[in-house]
Structures are given as structure tokens and as C-alpha cells.
Design a protein around this ligand. Sequence first.
Ligand SMILES: Nc1ncnc2c1ncn2[C@@H]1O[C@H](COP(=O)(O)OP(=O)(O)OP(=O)(O)O)[C@@H](O)[C@H]1O
Length: 253
Amino acid sequence: MTDTALSLQGLHKSFGAKQAVSDLTLDVRAGSMFGLVGPNGAGKTTTLSMATGLLRPDAGRAFVLGSDVWADPAAAKARMGVLPDGVRLFDRLSGRELLRYVGLLRSVDPGLLETRSAELLEALGLTEDADNLVVDYSAGMTKKIGLACALVHAPRLLLLDEPLEAVDPVSGEAIRSILRSYVAGGGTVVLSSHVMELVESMCDTVAVVAQGRVLALGSLDEVRAGESLQRRFISLVGGKELDQEALTWLRSS
Ligand SMILES: Nc1ncnc2c1ncn2[C@@H]1O[C@H](COP(=O)(O)OP(=O)(O)OP(=O)(O)O)[C@@H](O)[C@H]1O
């Protein structure tokens, strides 16, 4: 049994002339909560897409609990749950039907699937809307049903792109406690987020990426180096003051 849940080795991806991810290497320890942070366009979604078998890398390899995501996708995918960013769900199904569909695809026993679905819908505050079509869900509800789909087969590794985006504070707390108890039970979470408070309060390990490269990687304390993660992030990626002469037209009435 490997103690590395996710290993990304020399990943590269370009879109035309744009190098989205460049020689990205990192390991995620099994049993950790790993935060991937970076500014807009840093390459987080591209990295997670290559790690989960959604986007083929130009070069490099990704391993999930020892299985090569691209050479042995069935083994790798059986052990991971994925909440991708911006990938359409089968939204002409109701939330309950979507969960059943995903669970059956993942070979979850039908009896077990009913129990798990009901528990997930309840924990995520979706029970009342379980029989409504996903296409009619709000952004936050869509995020939550996506998370339920990622969890229903009880994977050992969860890869979540912006899991709390658009989610209200009550549901946010529910998701945090689901993820904490998942990790306490031996699972591993890799999440991307722009919310430094979320990463600081949840993650034990952090990678800061910008322009497709890893700028800092280590334990939360190593990466923030005595500062708040927000300040450290801004100093690493280079925050910029607004020029006093810029946007003057916004101030004139
Ligand atoms: N399908 C695509 N075609 C062309 N360019 C792309 C494509 N996907 C991503 N890119 C580019 O690759 C770079 C990295 O994008 P990516 O979505 O991975 O960033 P991100 O860190 O997830 O950003 P954000 O925080 O804004 O979601 C950006 O410059 C983006 O414009």
C-alpha cells in the first residue's frame, strides 16, 4: 500500500502558444487535506483535469494510489471521486436519479446506493429538492449534488475544484465537516480554492501555483512562513496596487 495518494510527475499542458501547466511535480500524502491555490489562470483546473483523466497531458504522468491515470484509467478512477469545475452534469435527471446513475456506474450495490444517496442528500441539505431536475438547481445546489456524486462510491481520494464556490455558509459548514470526517477516516482530499480562509482552516499541506508552475509547496506552516496565507499568497504571486490615475471616470458623478 502506497502512502502517496496522488503523484503528479512533470505535467505539461499547452493550449496553442499558451503554456497552461509547465513541468508540474507534486506528491500528496495519503490521509492529508491538500490545498491547491493560485491566481486566476494559474493552471489549477488544467492540473486537476490532467490528474483525474479529463484532459490528456502533453507530457508527464499522474498516479492515483499507485495506478497510472492514463495507462490504467479504470483502476485509478475507481479509487477517486472528482468534483470538476464547469463540466456539465446529466442535468435532465433529478438529483436523486443522478446520484443513482453515478452510483450504478461506479458499481455500488443498489441497496447500499439507496441508503448512501439518502444520507448524502440529507447531509448536503438537498432532500427537499432531490426529485427536482438538476437543470433547475441553483449554482450552489449544483455544486452540492456534484460533491454527492463524487462521494457516493466511497473513494479513497477526492479531487475537488472549488468545492465551496457559490455554497451558502450553512452548507459550507456541512461540507467542511463531511471532508474532515472523510480525512479522519483515512481518505485524502485535494481541493483548489481562492478562499485562503478555507485552505488555512482545512488543509495541512498547500501548493501555490502561478503560470503553471509550483511556487511554494509544503506544510501549511512552511508555506505561510509566519504570515497569513493571504499575505504570503499575495507576496508570492505579486499583488499590485491600483494606480491612483486609473479608472478616474468611475469616481466622477
Ligand atoms: N481549453 C482551453 N483552451 C485554451 N486555453 C485554455 C483552456 N483551458 C485553460 N486555458 C488557459 O490555460 C490557463 C490556465 O487555466 P486554468 O483554467 O487551468 O486556470 P485556473 O488556475 O483554474 O484559473 P481560475 O482560478 O481562474 O479558475 C489560462 O491561461 C487559460 O486561459
